[in-house]
Ligand binder design. Structure first.
Ligand SMILES: [Mg+2]
Length: 325
């Protein structure tokens, strides 16, 4: 594949221009500066064709999502993003595909003021690995392990949209959709699947307010269990409070909407917990930033136990966490 250096050819020109990058693409390694008083936060995520995106997904959306899911992990730590590196495995040198892919990457680079500081390409099955790095002030990173019994459980945005978006992308909507799907709803749900929004601003605002945080990549039920395990807590979720979009509610029946909200992945919203004492602080801070958050339940001392209730009655379900597709 390396007839010429693909990274330099397709990605160097618009890789970003941050002042904290001393040496970017083109040398043996990148050299960067970490601001004083800040800790470096690093995350890596791989998107594999047929597992994390459909083989026919647009290269632009694949690049955007590969960056977004990594930035979402930084957001969950309360970090702000700075640099990314790319490892691209592709079956062949498809100039058109690479051009569109690099355009998707550049759009994210510009939007988030980040810089691509290095990368590598290899011939193989289509897979994109991004490593993202960012900063958080010393001792202010938000972890999965800081939650306490009595904490309130919040989520950003709406849940389940990407799950229905995936059914649409896979042409499986006939099985789940009751009413004809409007073009507006269809576009919205597909956008939620293909162009997730990392909640970076919320993440940074939650520093010193949230006790714990995680991003919702695998589904609410799967992901909250990580917090319960790491923090030795249990949780009760009130399902009538789950924030559902009009597009989801208008397209499927209530049970199906709840199923997507509980178990479908790829929403990339934040789930975080806050003590009762911090509730007022949270609401004031987020209101000024115009960020939608919803309290969906609370934590308790029943370690590892996740209780689902709807209108105060136990909710029977057989939904499991999302296993991608
Ligand atoms: Mg994560």
């Amino acid at each position: 594949m390396k007839e010429f250096n693909l990274i330099e050819h397709f990605f160097k020109q618009k890789s970003g221009t941050r002042k904290d990058v001393v040496i970017g693409i083109g040398d043996d390694a990148a050299v960067t500066h970490i601001p004083q008083g800040q800790a470096l936060v690093t995350t890596t995520d791989t998107l594999l064709s047929g597992v994390h995106f459909l083989p026919n997904a647009s290269p632009h959306s694949i690049a955007q999502k590969a960056v977004a899911v990594n930035l979402s992990d930084l957001a969950a730590m309360g970090a702000e993003p700075a640099w990314i590196s790319l490892s691209l495995s592709a079956p062949d040198v498809d100039e058109e595909w690479l051009t569109e892919f690099s355009r998707g990457l550049q759009d994210q680079i510009e939007y988030y003021s980040i810089q691509l500081i290095g990368g590598d390409t290899v011939q193989g099955p289509l897979a994109i690995t991004i490593t993202a790095q960012g900063f958080v002030p010393y001792e202010q990173a938000i972890t999965r392990s800081g939650a306490k019994p009595g904490d309130l459980v919040y989520v950003t945005g709406t849940l389940g949209d990407a799950g229905l978006g995936l059914a649409i992308a896979k042409n499986e909507v006939d099985q789940v959709i009751e009413k004809p799907l409007s073009q507006v709803n269809r576009d919205f749900l597909l956008k939620r699947l293909n162009y997730p929004t990392p909640r970076l601003l919320t993440g940074t605002q939650l520093r010193r307010i949230a006790n714990s945080c995680i991003d919702l990549s695998d589904g609410l039920i799967s992901d909250i269990k990580h917090i319960l395990k790491m923090s030795a807590c249990g949780a009760t979720l009130d399902l009538e409070k789950l924030p559902l979009s009009q597009a989801l509610v208008n397209s499927v029946d209530e049970e199906t909407a709840l199923k997507y909200a509980l178990s479908a992945g790829d929403d990339y919203e934040l789930l975080f917990t806050v003590s009762e004492e911090q509730k007022g602080n949270l609401e004031t801070t987020l209101a000024s930033a115009n960020i939608q958050v919803t309290c969906i339940g609370h934590l308790n001392g029943n370690v590892g136990n996740l209780e689902l209730k709807k209108n105060n009655l136990p909710y029977q379900n057989n939904v499991q966490g999302y296993q991608h597709f």
